[in-house]
Design a protein around this ligand. Structure first.
Ligand SMILES: [Zn+2]
Length: 438
C-alpha cells in the first residue's frame, strides 16, 4: 500500500549575476506588494472600525485584492513592478490572505509587515511561471536555467508543481521544489519505544539506550562569539560590517544545518525501528524561562524533533502517542508504581521504597512507554493521520489539554490512576482498554 504525499525537495543553486539581480529585485517587489496590501487592508480596517470591522474584513477576498498590483503597475512610481514576474506577486497576496485567515481563526497574531533586514526573503512560482524540461528549471523572465546542485535525485517522473526560491542570511541560494511522491510504509514491526527528552542525554530510550546531546552550538560557541565581537566593532553601514555580518550568519547556518541533519537521521531511525513511539508533551516555552538551561534547551531543538517525529510517523504508518506533560515520568517507579515526592534535576539515580535502583532517565522512558497504551486507548494521545502536521500543531496550541492524554497530576505516594475514556466512563481495571466503540 503506497501513499501519495506532497513533498518539498530543497537544493542549493548558484545564480549568475544577472539571475541574482533579477531574483533580488523580485524579492523586493514581493515584499513591497505584501506590505502595501497589508497597509491598505489595515487602513480600511481602522476606518471601518465602527462597523464590526473584522466581519467586513473577511469579505475582502483574495479575488478582490489580486487586482491591486495590476492597478499599482499603472502608476508611475510603481511601474518597476512590471520588471518582475507577476506570479510571485500574486503569491504574496495569497500568503497575506492565509495570514489573515489564520488571524480570524484565532490561530495567529495580526499579520506583520515584512522587514528588509529581518524577514526571510523568498519568491514562490507556480506552474505557469516556470518551465521544467529534461531536469532543467527555468524561471519566468530569465534567459537560462538555474544551476542547481542535485544533492539527491527527485523521485522518478516527478513534476514540480510549485517552486520557491530563497536566500538565507548567509547569502546561500536555495530552490525548493514541491513534488508528488509515493511513500511505502516502513517494514512491519511490533516494537514500541518510550522516549524521555533531557539535556545531558538528548534522548533516553526505554530500551536503555542513551543518545548523547551533540551540543552543536557548544562546538562553535567560541568562534561565534569572536565573530559577533568583531561585528560589534564595525561601523554601521560599512562594507566591513556587512562582511562581518555574513561571517556570523554563516556560523549560525552551519550550526542549524548540523542540528537538522542529526535530527533527521535520529527520527528516521526511531520511526523505522518502532511501530509505536511514545513521547512526553513538553512545553518548551515554559522551560526556556529557566535561564540557566535556556541555551542548552534551544540547542537540543525538541520542538523540531517532535514535529519531525509527527510527520514521519504519519508518512510511514506509525503511531505517535503523546503523554500529558504533567505525567510524573521520572518520579514514578517503573517497578511498583509509587510516586516519589520530589526529584531535583541533579539527582540522576534514586532508590525506590520497593528497593529498585533507578537510572532517572531510563526509568522515565520506561514509565512513558508504559503509559502509552492507556493514553492511546482513550484516543486522545494518538492524532488522526489524515490531518496535516500544520493543523495538528495549531490544534495543540489552542487546546493543550485535549490534544494530550488526560493523565491527571499525581500527589506524592499516590497510585497512578488510569485516565477516563473519551466516552466518559471510568476505565476498567488492569491494562484492558475501554470497551466503548470509540
Ligand atoms: Zn518502586
Amino acid at each position: 500500500m503506497t501513499r501519495w504525499v506532497k513533498r518539498a525537495f530543497r537544493y542549493r543553486f548558484y545564480p549568475t549575476d544577472e539571475q541574482a539581480a533579477q531574483l533580488l529585485r523580485t524579492f523586493g517587489c514581493v515584499r513591497l506588494v505584501y506590505n502595501k496590501a497589508l497597509e491598505e487592508r489595515t487602513y480600511n480596517t481602522l476606518e471601518e472600525r465602527t462597523r464590526a470591522w473584522y466581519r467586513e474584513q473577511r469579505r475582502i477576498s483574495y479575488v478582490q485584492s489580486s487586482a491591486m498590483p495590476t492597478a499599482w503597475k499603472k502608476t508611475e512610481e510603481l511601474a518597476f513592478l512590471n520588471e518582475v514576474s507577476s506570479v510571485p506577486l500574486q503569491q504574496a497576496l495569497r500568503h497575506l490572505q492565509a495570514a489573515f485567515t489564520g488571524f480570524f481563526a484565532r490561530r495567529a497574531k495580526y499579520p506583520r509587515f515584512k522587514s528588509r533586514k529581518k524577514s526571510r526573503v523568498s519568491a514562490e512560482y507556480t506552474r505557469s511561471a516556470f518551465t521544467w524540461r529534461d531536469g532543467q528549471l527555468t524561471l519566468a523572465k530569465m534567459a537560462g536555467p538555474l544551476d542547481i546542485r542535485w544533492s539527491r535525485p527527485l523521485p522518478d517522473g516527478a513534476e514540480p508543481t510549485t517552486v520557491t526560491v530563497s536566500r538565507d542570511s548567509a547569502g546561500r541560494w536555495f530552490v525548493s521544489l514541491l513534488c508528488e511522491d509515493t511513500l511505502t510504509p516502513a517494514p512491519a514491526t511490533t516494537a514500541a519505544v518510550g522516549i524521555d527528552a533531557g539535556i545531558t542525554c538528548l534522548l533516553t530510550l526505554s530500551t536503555g539506550e542513551k543518545i548523547t546531546n551533540p551540543k552543536h552550538e557548544r562546538r562553535d560557541r567560541a568562534r561565534l562569539s569572536r565573530a559577533q565581537r568583531a561585528l560589534s566593532r564595525k561601523q554601521k553601514g560599512s562594507a566591513n560590517r556587512e562582511k562581518a555580518r555574513r561571517k556570523v550568519a554563516r556560523i549560525h547556518a552551519r550550526i542549524t544545518d548540523r542540528r537538522r541533519d542529526f535530527l533527521h537521521k535520529l527520527t528516521t531511525r526511531l520511526v523505522r525501528e518502532n511501530q509505536t513511539v511514545v513521547i512526553e508533551d513538553l512545553t518548551v516555552r515554559t522551560l526556556l524561562k529557566n535561564h540557566t538551561l535556556a541555551r542548552a534547551i534551544s540547542d537540543a531543538a525538541w520542538t523540531q524533533l517532535r514535529s519531525m517525529l509527527e510527520y514521519k510517523c504519519a508518512w510511514y504508518g506509525r503511531d505517535l502517542v503523546v503523554i500529558d506533560r504533567w505525567f510524573p515520568s521520572s518520579r514514578l517507579c517503573g517497578a511498583c508504581g509509587t510516586v516519589r515526592g520530589k526529584l531535583p534535576l541533579n539527582v540522576r539515580e534514586w532508590t525506590c521504597g520497593c528497593g529498585t535502583v533507578h537510572d532517572r532517565d531510563v526509568n522515565a522512558a520506561c514509565t512513558i512507554l508504559a503509559a502509552g497504551p492507556a493514553a492511546s486507548a482513550c484516543g486522545d494521545g494518538v492524532r488522526p493521520q489524515r490531518e496535516s502536521s500544520r493543523t495538528r500543531r495549531s490544534s495543540a496550541k489552542q487546546e493543550p489539554q485535549r490534544a494530550t492524554a488526560g493523565i491527571p497530576r499525581l500527589q506524592a505516594g499516590e497510585e497512578v490512576k488510569r485516565p477516563r475514556c473519551g466516552c466518559g466512563r471510568p476505565p476498567p481495571a488492569g491494562a484492558a482498554p475501554c470497551s466503548c466503540p470509540a
